[in-house]
Design a protein around this ligand. Sequence first.
Ligand SMILES: O=P(O)(O)OC[C@H]1O[C@H](OP(=O)(O)OP(=O)(O)O)[C@H](O)[C@@H]1O
Ligand SMILES: O=c1cc[nH]c(=O)[nH]1
Ligand SMILES: [Mg+2]
Length: 211
Amino acid sequence: MRIHVVDHPLVAHKLSTLRDERTDSPTFRRLTDELVTLLAYEATRDVRTDEVEITTPVAVTTGVRLSYPRPLVVPILRAGLGMLDGMTRLLPTAEVGFLGMVRNEQTLEASTYATRMPDDLSGRQVYVLDPMLATGGTLVAAIKLLIERGATDVTAVVLLAAPEGVAVMEQELAGLPVTVVTAALDERLNEHGYIVPGLGDAGDRLYGTAG
Ligand SMILES: O=P(O)(O)OC[C@H]1O[C@H](OP(=O)(O)OP(=O)(O)O)[C@H](O)[C@@H]1O
Ligand SMILES: O=c1cc[nH]c(=O)[nH]1
Ligand SMILES: [Mg+2]
């Protein structure tokens, strides 16, 4: 598994405001959207393309186009939904699938309550969106499902990652074609499984409701 921490002053600036407990939901949503567009630029470095011949007003030259089938983007509900527009702004022709997953706040185990995406992902390039990589349980389950369906290249785009969760992913997904792109690698998890310093509960902060 590869991990890429995006080191850029604009990312650090926006992330700092996102972390601030005084940032309200509308601002949190806007900053998430902006951050994801910056992360998407890095995350799509290996997006598959084909060479094409194009004719400019001056000459014939060679360009590139995104390959078919187009990438699949999969936000993990709820919080991942706040990242969808930022990602599809750069990949407007991507297909979109959905995974609804929730972590039991006592056991910290993730369960899946909704799956809506193609059964057959043979050979597909997939971008999974979830702001928080905490224990790693959610992303491991999501990525295993995508690879079981045939995906051959999975990139998880997250805002924050905890070292504990990265270690779990490295162990559980060893040897699989998985990349994690994150805006920051934080210090640790606390006793409740929350990322420290983190930003709190991403879903609650995006949507202004607890649960
Ligand atoms: O790495 P993990 O320990 O599995 O935790 C991360 C998950 O927890 C949060 O979702 P949550 O269960 O709060 O659902 P929500 O998005 O509906 O708020 C977050 O959005 C991730 O999906
Ligand atoms: O810090 C955390 C951990 C899991 N889920 C969140 O939303 N935040
Ligand atoms: Mg939540």
